[in-house]
Design a protein around this ligand. Structure first.
Ligand SMILES: Cc1cc2nc3c(=O)[nH]c(=O)nc-3n(C[C@H](O)[C@H](O)[C@H](O)COP(=O)(O)OP(=O)(O)OC[C@H]3O[C@@H](n4cnc5c(N)ncnc54)[C@H](O)[C@@H]3O)c2cc1C
Length: 371
């Protein structure tokens, strides 16, 4: 796919010519990007996801690639890729998952064999969002001594793309599989240093990905809540609108509380990341968990209130239910996030406890000094 075709696709997919520029939202201005805050990028993700979580998923993975190249790429790599990623001339895709490596990314089996001037990759990457269209793939592989993160071009000899099965949610995310067979990649396509890929680079990219997904899930949750409320007003059964039935009101209230909570937690997480808050990571995990659950709750309520009409294949509320399920799987499934959030909660608790004991120590020291 040429740069122009990629630009056209980005414009068509994101809705208007101007909106393709959001693909450069996280790219520094010196490379033609908008250099937006995380709060602003989150808001864009939310608005796009209200209409289409599939489209929003392009913003997630493309943003993750932009972020990784900007933070971990050498100057020549940044100069080569960032202007094209910023204007949508090239779409970026994130190629981490494999058959045996899902939530546990340490299990990746794609190998990187060092040869003079570069590496030779062999393996198969699965579930790559927008892989069918992307021009460059951020690939994670394992060399004998280290793990590596490399950029692999779509036209790289030895890189073969195959469409992946269409998933029931995110059905327009154009998933692909990337087969790497004797795929030679030049040494200068390396991001960061060998050994940093599965520790620093993946976590950095996933932090952004989880924030995008949190905002996207909040957007979907909001759309589902609107559909539920509208239906409860328009549909009359038992001598009045559905919203007068007490059990329906309980469902609406649960969905509304979930959406409001998602909003507050998403905003808090984005501000924490923008402000380099030491607990930003925990706040992002919390926002992702709460927002994806809010999407599930609100979508289920909307679908239930639509009765039989909500079961018609392809109708909006049926799609909400299927898309919400994806948000609870990608960028850290709900159970994995619970585990990570528990770690964060324990760390904060210990920190608070340590701080609480610190002043008394100071007072004691101060008292001693004064005398
Ligand atoms: C639409 C879509 C788009 C995707 N796009 C990309 C992409 O662009 N790039 C990419 O690399 N991958 C992508 N993926 C893959 C996605 O990242 C994985 O699906 C995700 O990491 C989960 O892995 P898995 O599906 O193998 O589930 P598994 O890891 O097998 O987990 C299955 C279930 O086991 C439970 N579980 C797992 N771990 C734990 C734990 N630690 N504690 C408790 N329970 C646990 C959870 O209930 C979980 O849902 C995409 C997937 C989908 C559906």
């Amino acid at each position: 796919m040429t740069d122009n075709q990629n630009s056209d696709l980005a414009r068509e997919f994101l809705g208007s010519p101007a909106s393709a520029s959001v693909l450069g939202a996280l790219v520094p201005r010196e490379y033609g990007g908008l250099d937006l805050s995380h709060a602003d990028y989150g808001e864009i993700n939310r608005v796009v996801a209200e209409q289409s979580p599939s489209r929003q998923s392009l913003l997630t993975v493309h943003g993750m690639v932009c972020r990784t190249v900007a933070r971990w790429g050498s100057l020549p790599l940044r100069q080569e890729y960032l202007p094209r990623l910023a204007d949508g001339g090239m779409l970026g895709a994130f190629a981490l998952s494999e058959d045996v490596a899902g939530s546990d990314v340490r299990r990746i089996t794609t190998t990187a064999r060092e040869v003079p001037g570069g590496w030779v990759l062999d393996g198969r990457k699965r579930w790559i969002t927008f892989g069918q269209e992307a021009g460059v793939f951020l690939v994670f592989a394992r060399a004998p001594k280290h793990d590596l993160a490399l950029l692999v071009r779509r036209d790289n000899p030895g890189a073969y793309l195959q469409p992946a099965p269409r998933t029931s949610g995110f059905g327009d995310a154009r998933l692909a599989e990337l087969v790497l067979r004797d795929c030679r990649v030049d040494a200068d396509q390396l991001l960061g240093r060998p050994g940093a890929a599965l520790t620093h680079i993946v976590s950095d990219a996933l932090t952004l990905g989880r924030l995008c997904v949190a905002f996207g899930a909040w957007g979907l949750a909001g759309a589902a809540l609107s559909a539920a409320l509208q239906r409860s007003i328009e549909r009359h059964q038992f001598d009045g609108p559905l919203h007068r039935l007490q059990l329906v009101r309980g469902m609406l209230a649960d969905a509304a509380v979930a959406v409001d909570s998602a909003e507050l937690l998403c905003r808090q997480a984005a501000l924490a990341l923008d402000g380099r808050d030491e607990w930003a990571l925990g706040r992002i995990l919390t926002a992702k968990l709460a927002a994806s659950r809010a999407a599930t709750t609100a979508a289920a309520v909307a679908a239930q209130l639509h009765g039989a009409a909500g079961l018609v294949e392809g109708c909006a509320v049926d799609r909400y239910v299927r898309d919400a399920r994806v948000y609870e799987v990608i960028e850290g499934n709900t159970q994995l996030l619970q585990d990570l959030i528990a770690d964060q909660a324990l760390a904060r608790h210990r920190d608070r406890a340590a701080r609480a004991s610190a002043p008394s120590a100071l007072i004691l020291t101060g008292g001693h000094h004064a005398t």
